[in-house]
Design a protein around this ligand. Structure first.
Ligand code: HEM
Length: 274
C-alpha cells in the first residue's frame, strides 16, 4: 500500500503533462501569493526600513563572516529544527508538520516529473510525509493551538487564520484516503485537488508565507543583538557590578550589593501555552 505510486495509475486517465502543468501552476500561485502578500502588508518595506533604523543605533559593524555564521545558525536552529519554539510539544508538532509537508511536496513533484520511474522509495516518502503532516497537524489543531489550549475556546471554532493549517490537513487527509482506496479519479481525488488548490492558491490570505518571512526575521534579530543596537532595549545588566550600582544607586539600596540573578521575567514560568 505504502509502496504504490498513486500517480502512476492516475496517468491512465490524466496525462503526466497535465499533472506537471498543475504542479507548475501551484508553484506560480505560491510565488504570486507571497509577492502580493508582501505588497499588501508592506512587510518587505517595513522590514528594510526597520533594518535601516536599527542600524542607526548599532554600536559596531557586523562583518560579512559573522553574517554568514548567523545565517548558518538560523538555518540549523530556526529553519531545520524549529528552534524558535520553547514549548517542546509545539516544537515537535511543528517539526512533524514542516518535515512532513516538505517530504510530501518533494516526493509528489519527483513522482509526477518522472512518470516512468518504478522506484518504491518516493511513494513511501510520499505516504510517510503525509502521515507525519497529519499527526503533527491534528495534534496542533486539537491540543496545542493557543486559543484551544490556553484560552479554552472550542476546537471547531474557525477563523481565516485557520485557512493554512486546515488546508494542509485536508490535503494530507484526502491524499492518504485517495491512495488507500486505490487512487484513480473520484470524489476523494476531487477533494484532494480542491484542498491542495486552496492550500497553494490561498497563500495571500493564509499563513503559508511565514515559512519565507520567519527565517529573515530570525536573521535580523541576530544582527541587531550582535551589533549592540538591541532595538534600543536596555542591555542585560549584571546587578552585582559596581559600575551598574553607580549608574543605578537604588539597586544596592533596595536589593543589596549582591542581588541574585533572577533571570528574565518572561522565563519565570515554563513555556506551556504559546
Ligand atoms: C513546510 C514548511 C512549514 C510548515 C508546513 C509550517 C507549518 C506551521 C503551522 C501549521 C503553524 C501554526 C500556524 C497557525 O497558527 O495556524 C506554524 C507556525 C509557526 N511556524 Fe511554521 N511551518 C513551516 C516552516 C517554518 C519555518 C521555516 C519557520 C522558521 C524559520 C517556521 C516558524 C514558525 C513559527 C515561529 C510559528 C509560530 C508563530 C506563528 O504562529 O506565527 N515555520 N508553522
Amino acid at each position: 500500500m505504502f509502496t504504490s505510486n498513486p500517480f502512476a495509475t492516475l496517468s491512465e486517465v490524466i496525462s503526466p503533462a497535465m499533472m506537471q502543468g498543475y504542479i507548475v501552476l501551484m508553484f506560480l500561485l505560491v510565488m504570486g501569493g507571497t509577492i502580493l502578500d508582501m505588497l499588501h502588508k508592506k512587510s518587505a518595506k517595513y522590514f528594510f526600513e526597520n533594518a535601516k533604523k536599527a542600524k542607526k543605533s548599532a554600536k559596531r559593524e557586523v562583518s560579512g563572516g559573522e553574517k554568514v555564521a548567523m545565517a548558518a545558525s538560523v538555518l540549523v536552529k530556526e529553519v531545520l529544527t524549529s528552534g524558535e519554539f520553547d514549548n517542546p510539544r509545539r516544537r515537535l508538532s511543528h517539526l512533524l508538520t514542516m518535515w512532513g509537508t516538505i517530504l510530501f511536496i518533494v516526493s509528489t513533484a519527483v513522482m509526477i516529473f518522472s512518470p516512468e520511474s518504478t522506484s518504491t522509495l518516493w511513494p513511501q516518502l510520499w505516504h510517510f510525509g503525509a502521515l507525519m503532516l497529519a499527526v503533527g497537524g491534528y495534534w496542533f489543531w486539537f491540543f496545542i493551538r493557543a486559543d484551544v489550549a490556553a484560552e479554552g475556546l472550542p476546537a471547531f471554532r474557525l477563523e481565516r487564520a485557520d485557512l493554512f493549517i486546515l488546508s494542509l490537513l485536508a490535503t494530507a487527509t484526502f491524499a492518504l484516503a485517495w491512495s488507500f482506496t486505490g487512487g484513480g479519479v473520484g470524489v476523494l481525488f476531487a477533494l484532494f485537488i480542491l484542498s491542495s488548490t486552496v492550500l497553494f492558491g490561498g497563500v495571500y490570505w493564509s499563513k503559508f508565507a511565514h515559512m519565507f518571512f520567519k527565517p529573515a526575521a530570525a536573521f535580523q534579530k541576530r544582527v541587531i543583538m550582535a551589533d549592540g543596537g538591541r532595538e534600543n532595549l536596555p542591555p542585560d545588566y549584571d546587578l552585582t557590578d559596581p559600575a551598574v550600582h553607580a549608574k543605578f544607586p537604588d539597586v544596592p539600596q533596595y536589593m543589596g550589593k549582591n542581588p541574585p540573578n533572577m533571570g528574565l521575567c518572561i522565563k519565570a514560568e515554563r513555556a506551556n501555552h504559546y
